[in-house]
Design a protein around this ligand. Structure first.
Ligand code: NAD
Length: 296
């Protein structure tokens, strides 16, 4: 078992660090929040006094932070100076591809192996240890990261070189955002045309309009398997986080000169939903927003 530094113990990182401790690793955990540190300690982690302290002497350092600037600051400001030569750096945050590549390049120049390993699956999967990791980085670093990531998830897939994990994550979530908006539109139109939503589900889930947004995450309460729609659109994947991922996808598309009009349209709609005060609702609450309903 390894000594692992873990930085960022929020909604996702808290459960992930706890699972690494449960798997028998010595986890040296750090977060700016005292509350998060206390939870990590109760879950079997050793509290570190700074990001550098968490990284010092560790064989691997995992980060689960809000955005690219936090990842760059923590690595360039502390981890690069404190970590042992050759340590493996694993960034699981969802960040922009350009920053992921720049930090990986800087890490390599300092003699570290680094992978970007963003996740699919929300807080429940982080707690249960059932995340899917999409990994970008050299094959040797991927091999070293795999047993550690397996302690927090059930699928670990190499997407390519540095930044490829982030690219896979934002392309997947752009597709998810667009199919969710389209699914919500279709249910609203079906209803206005006099179709029972359960009947439309029965037909479309077996026809060519089928998608994960329809059959695994149906936005209509009482239709299909249980989803956040059945819980007043609470829990699940917040619209604000979908908006974050769509913004990353749109920014990446501009940088790569790729045409993504559906991603841009989904981004504008999730922005409008967030502006209306519904950013904390599950992203399938788009169906309420499109129907002119916002707030409580
Ligand atoms: P969060 O805001 O709950 O947690 C982030 C944590 O990082 C906070 O506890 C914060 O105090 C800490 N932090 C910030 N700056 C720090 C620093 N300099 N040093 C140490 N700690 C610092 O966010 P989250 O929901 O856990 O998300 C983390 C990442 O995972 C994000 O990139 C997010 O996009 C991604 N993600 C989230 C979900 C989800 O459902 N919540 C799903 C998939 C991916």
């Amino acid at each position: 078992m390894s000594v692992i530094g873990f930085i960022g113990l929020g909604a996702m990182g808290g459960g992930m660090a706890a699972n690494l401790a449960k798997a028998g690793h010595e986890v040296r955990a750090f977060d700016l929040s005292e509350e998060a540190l206390a939870r990590a300690e109760a879950a079997g982690c050793v509290v570190a006094s700074s990001a550098g302290d968490a990284g010092a002497g560790a064989e691997a350092v995992v980060t689960m932070l809000p955005a690219g600037r936090h990842v760059a600051e923590v690595h360039q400001g502390e981890v690069f100076d404190a970590a042992s030569p050759g340590a493996l750096l694993i960034d699981c945050s969802t960040i922009d591809v350009a920053t992921a590549r720049a930090v990986a390049e800087a890490a390599e120049a300092r003699g570290f192996a680094m992978v970007d390993a963003p996740v699919s699956g929300g807080i429940a999967a982080a707690n249960a240890g059932t995340l899917t990791f999409m990994v970008g980085g050299p094959p040797a670093a991927f091999e070293r990261a795999t047993p550690i990531l397996e302690g927090m998830g059930r699928a670990v897939i190499r997407a390519g070189d540095a930044g490829a994990g982030q690219a896979a994550k934002i392309c997947n979530n752009m597709l998810l955002g667009a199919t969710m908006v389209a699914t919500c539109e279709a249910f609203l139109l079906a209803e206005k045309l006099g179709l029972d939503p359960a009947v439309f589900y029965e037909i479309s889930s077996k026809a060519s309009g089928q998608s994960w947004s329809m059959t695994s995450y149906c936005p209509v309460p009482g239709v299909g398997p249980e989803t956040p729609a059945d819980r007043g659109y609470q829990g699940g994947f917040a619209a604000a986080l979908m908006l974050k991922d769509l913004k990353l996808a749109i920014e990446a598309a501009q940088g790569a000169n790729a045409s993504t009009p559906m991603g841009a349209a989904a981004g504008a709609l999730y922005q409008a939903m967030a502006n209306a005060g519904d950013g904390r609702r599950d992203f399938s609450a788009m169906i309420r927003f499109l129907d002119g309903k916002t707030g409580a």
